[in-house]
Design a protein around this ligand. Structure first.
Ligand code: PLP
Ligand code: SF4
Length: 362
């Protein structure tokens, strides 16, 4: 079988290659690629069934990327919440730690589009050491999310050394890796890699499937290897126009993920990232997806639908209106739209007050 390094070397990095294969005119796309790099592993290119399908849209540059005037450069203000370069400390007890600037594929919708694969993301041994140092000096950090770029593009030895240094910090309870490699470059999940990763438990991996066509024999095998190593697998999906904005497509994706032992974790409303406006759906469409999942299929197949708040506010969950009224009676709507009522109990504070009043009154 072809090695992952070979697969990466032979990946498509210029639109010209598309001409021969798909008969599209590459010239307008050169301008797009000059701004946002292109890289598509031939494995992933092979999943395209026709020009413009959901796989194509995620992988192939589009003129719309450079015609986007709506979206902003760094909507999540990651740069503002970085105490040291490439580390975002937004929440009290966990950090996002970027350790690789490279990805196996440069997804056209990427939230870090401004940085990945380009000059704007400088990750060096020094920034990595500074990040580890920051974590070791902040005992409140019990969860480190290793991301990038894609951490699994690092060589096994390099990743092993970073994970070993993180593991040596007593207050770091869990490590998570965010990676799209199982989806776009599944041959990277080698037995050697898995043997190394399992030394660093408790280790979690969140991957990033967006469409049922991405679940193939190879990506399933990659996930099976990770799961067999005791690594709990989660999935983060971005809701995107003409890719997975159909509730039935999303339901199929969530069900197929469970079948390969990947637990749906988040569905993201698309961020306001420059160059990606054409992927954005309305928020109502996201709520419609959740409505189509909850109750209609396994609860395990229902992730949280979140908006990563512009300005660095963090992830905010959104739910369809199941809760209709909240008082001494709780009025609820179930998944079929039928109304139910639950008799509320007094809170601890209310009970305390009732007892006090009763005592005073003898
Ligand atoms: C998403 C994110 C996290 C992790 O959030 P969870 O809800 O715990 O998965 C942590 N830090 C940053 C900056 C993030 O964007
Ligand atoms: S793999 Fe992730 S970080 Fe890399 S381009 Fe795709 S979405 Fe962005």
């Amino acid at each position: 079988m072809e090695t992952w390094q070979k697969q990466l070397q032979t990946s498509i990095t210029s639109p010209g290659t598309l001409t021969r294969r798909f008969g599209v005119d590459p010239r307008p796309l050169e301008e797009v690629v000059a701004k946002y790099p292109m890289r598509v592993p031939t494995y992933y290119l092979g999943l395209i069934k026709e020009v413009g399908d959901p796989i194509w849209k995620q992988a192939v540059p589009d003129l719309l990327e450079i015609q986007d005037s709506v979206c902003i450069y760094d909507p999540l203000e990651e740069e503002n919440q970085s105490p040291v370069p490439n580390l975002v400390h937004r929440y009290p007890d966990r950090v996002l730690f970027l350790i690789s600037s490279e990805c196996a594929m440069y997804c056209r919708f990427c939230t870090r589009k401004r940085k990945v694969g380009g000059e704007n993301m400088r990750i060096t041994n020094e920034t990595i050491s500074a990040g580890i140092d920051y974590i070791s000096h902040h005992p409140q950090i019990r969860d480190v999310i290793v991301s990038g770029g894609d951490p699994l593009l690092l060589a096994d030895e390099k990743l092993d050394s970073i994970l070993t240094r993180l593991r040596a910090i007593p207050h770091v309870q869990i490590i998570r890796i965010g990676t799209r490699v199982p989806v776009v470059l599944p041959m990277r999940i080698t037995l050697n890699l898995v043997r190394m990763l399992r030394k660093h438990h408790p280790l979690f991996i969140n991957t990033h499937f967006n469409h049922p066509d991405e679940i193939t024999e190879q990506s399933s095998k990659a996930c099976a290897r990770l799961a067999d190593a005791g690594i709990p697998l989660g999935n983060q999906t971005v809701l995107m126009r003409d890719i997975n904005d159909d509730p039935q497509v999303m339901k199929l994706l969530m069900q197929k993920l469970l079948a390969i032992r990947v637990r749906p974790y988040y569905i993201y409303q698309a961020d306001l990232v420059q160059g990606t406006d054409h992927f954005r759906t309305s928020v109502e469409e996201g709520l419609e997806v959740i409505r189509a999942l909850r109750g209609h299929t396994s609860g395990m197949a229902v992730p949280a639908f979140v908006i990563d708040a512009p300005g660095g506010g963090g992830k905010i969950p959104l739910l369809p209106e199941y809760l209709q009224a909240l008082g001494s009676a709780v009025i609820l709507k179930n998944y079929l739209g039928e109304t139910y009522s639950y008799v509320n109990a007094a809170s601890k504070v209310q009970k305390e007050q009732i007892r006090k009043v009763a005592n005073e009154n003898g």
